[in-house]
Write a protein that binds this ligand. Sequence first.
Ligand code: KQY
Length: 362
Amino acid sequence: MNPINSTPKQDGFFMPAESAPQQKVWMIWPERPDNWRHQSQPAQLAFTKVAEAISQTTPVTMAVSEAQFEQARAQLPAHIDVVRIDNNDAWMRDVGPSYVINQQGQSRGISWQFNAWGGELDGLYSPWDNDDAIAAKVCQIDNKDHYQAPFILEGGSIHVDGEGTVYTTEECLLHPSRNPDLSKSQIEAYLKQYLGAEKVIWLPQGLYNDETNGHIDNILHVVKPAEVVITDCNDPEDPQYPISKQAKAFLESQTDAKGRSIKVHTLPMPGPLYLTEAEAAGIAPSQGMKREAGERLAASYANYLITNKQIVFPLLDSQYDDQAQEILQNLYPDYLVTGVEAREIVLGGGNIHCITQQVPKS
Ligand code: KQY
C-alpha cells in the first residue's frame, strides 16, 4: 500500500491516549549479540514474559527474523502470534508505526524516519534499514493505511494525552543527530500535523545516561489528561536529581492544550543500577553501544505500557518494586497492574514501553 499523501491533521486524525481501547500490541523478538547477552537467551525469556503479561488483556503479535522464527515459535505460547519481519533490533516503540484515529473510529499508522537513535553522528548501530522499513510492513500486515513522515523521530520520544497535548524532550528532538536542518518551531509544527495535536510541552531533559538522547518515555508517562507521572530522585549527589527536580518544576509551570495545569506524580528511581562485570562479559562488543562494566543503566519505572485496563511495568529493584506497584495501582485504581522482571531489558537500553507498540481499536 502506498503512503497517504497528506497529514493526519489535514485528514481529521489524531493520536489517541495510550489508555484508549487497543486491538493488539506488537513486539520484536531480540537477537542482537552486541545488545543482548548470552546469545539473547535471557532477553528472549524476558520478552516472552512481557508478551504473556500483556496477553492477559490484549492480543500480542511478535515480529521475528527468519533466522529466529522456529526458536521464537517454540518458546512463545501458542496464543502469541508470530510473523516474519526482518529487523536490526527489538524496539517496536521506536521503529513501529505510531497510530492515529479519527472520530469515525478509523485508524492509520505513521511511519517515522528512523536512524538508529542518531545515524552516523550518534547512532547505536549500522545498518538500520530493516528497522526503518518495519512500520510500513506492520501496517501492511494489519491492512492499515499509513503516512510517511518527512522527518526523523522515534515513537518513544513522544507521549500524548489524546486531547491535543504532546510531551517530548528538547534533549532528543533537538539533538543534532536527528533533524539538524529543522528549527524547534518547524519540528513542533510537524508534531502538531502528524499527531493531530495543538500543544507541545518540551521537557528539557530525559533520564540520565539514556542512550536514546533522553526519550520522554523513559522519564514520564501520561496518566490522564493534565496528569503525568515522572521518575523522581532523592539523592542530591545523583546526576538524575537535578533532571527530575527540574522536570517536576517545569511541568508544574505549564498548562496543557486545554489550558489545564498539570498535576505531577512521582515514581521512585530504581537503584541507581549499573552494568555488572558478568553482564558485560556476556555481550559481544560493537562500535555504537557502550556496554562496559560499571556503566549506569537508564532504569525507570515510568517506562511502562498501558494496555486495555492493564499496566505492565518493569520490576527493576527489589527495594522499590513494591512501592512502584502501589503508586501505579493508586494512579490506576481499576486497572490490573502487572510487574515483569525487566533487568535483561534495561541492559539493552530501554524497557517495557520501548519494546511494545499498541494498535488502537478501530
Ligand atoms: O526506546 C528505547 N529506549 C530504545 C532504546 C534502544 C537502545 C538500543 N540499544
